[in-house]
Design a binder for this molecule. Sequence first.
Ligand code: FUB
Length: 447
Amino acid sequence: MKTYKRFILTIVLTVLFTAVLSAQNPIIRDQFTADPTARVFNGKVYLFPSHDIKAPEEFKRKDWFCMEDYHVFSSSDLTDWTDHGVIVTQKNVNWVDPATFSMWAPDCIERNGKYYFYFPANVKTGHGRGFGIGVAVADKPEGPYTPEPEPIKGITGIDPVVFIDKDGQAYIYYSMNRLFGAKLKENMLELDSEVKVLGDFPTKGLVEGPFFFERNGIYYMTYPHVEKNTERLEYAISDNPLGPFKVTGVIMDESESGCWTNHHSLIEFKNQWYLFYHDKDLSPNFDKNRSARIDSLFFNPDGTIQKVKPTLRGVGLTNASKKIEIDRYSKKGDAGVSVAFLDTTNTFKGWKTIFDKQNSWIQYNSVDFGKKKAKSVSAMVSARDGGVIQIRLNNNQGPVISEMKIPAGSGWNTVNAKVSKSKKGVQNLVVTSMSNNPVEIDWISFK
Ligand code: FUB
């Protein structure tokens, strides 16, 4: 009976705390998600970000990072993300000082069927000093996770990243104004060597956020580094997990938004490499409330990494019958088209596209029409003086598949139109305004 009750409770909790989110960049839109560490477990991508929140009354540093717990998210297509809810909170970790709201960038790794979640936080008096790194262990990536009673002995630092080499030796890397590395015991809970200060990296402007992986026998240490004003992503390579390393190149330039931090991770999923990183999309005026993004990443044949250009479109296919948010565009014309928040007092409501010139256009790539041709299209629009928009395939000179007349009126309205000459499969779309009247579009969707 007890087991049955627990089973029912688990189902109820899963339903309550599992939300399906569908997004481009940023990939999670109902909360802030910083420091995105992605891992592939059992054919799915799991995202372990840290969780920026607005500072509560009791946290006095209103200008600083404020983080009290971690969620885990999963996706099998990088487009639809499931939030599995909170896996670790500062309230339930014995050694964490909950007054500091300092649950910073985490990592997670699987060994022998167990999942080890590593997280930094400020320790309570009597449990070490400064930042410690703790471990919580689970049987499934979604949890439940049980935190170890003390942080890992011998480590003071932040931003852990854990790596298991082909010979089974595990390593932990972390930072504290420099990069550090050490071997981990097979239990994944204790150090198995002295901590080594990893030299060979910039001595100024590298304070945090390493990531580590191996590909084709090359060991890559990737890290944020402030060359000018804010963190850009760089990488170094080695033929040994603990170096020496050779600084090799830049993966992503400083963000145009001015977001000071850029924490990241890299994964290979279904034969494509991806860069997970963050920016301040949902909080343009405060860069301690960040959001996770993904873009594709490519290697050159010699193992060097091509620079990634951040995009709003992100990765993955968008189902044509879902709401296609064209404000997460792939390309746009030079004049007469812009993107703005739907509601500046609640940025979680998302964005809209504003056209205010004839022939202004925006392009949204990789829309999946599946095996059937679309027959009609709907759009959520607002146009005080009315307007006309055309939807084309391929590019802004491509064939027109629909023309929508938008009646004059105030507020948001759904408008429907016929689609002709539509195609099956994955298509790029271009939406063009045919009038000089201002027209705003929240989304479009096909049937
Ligand atoms: O999120 C808090 C800190 O900001 C992380 O630990 C760093 O990597 C930086 O992103």
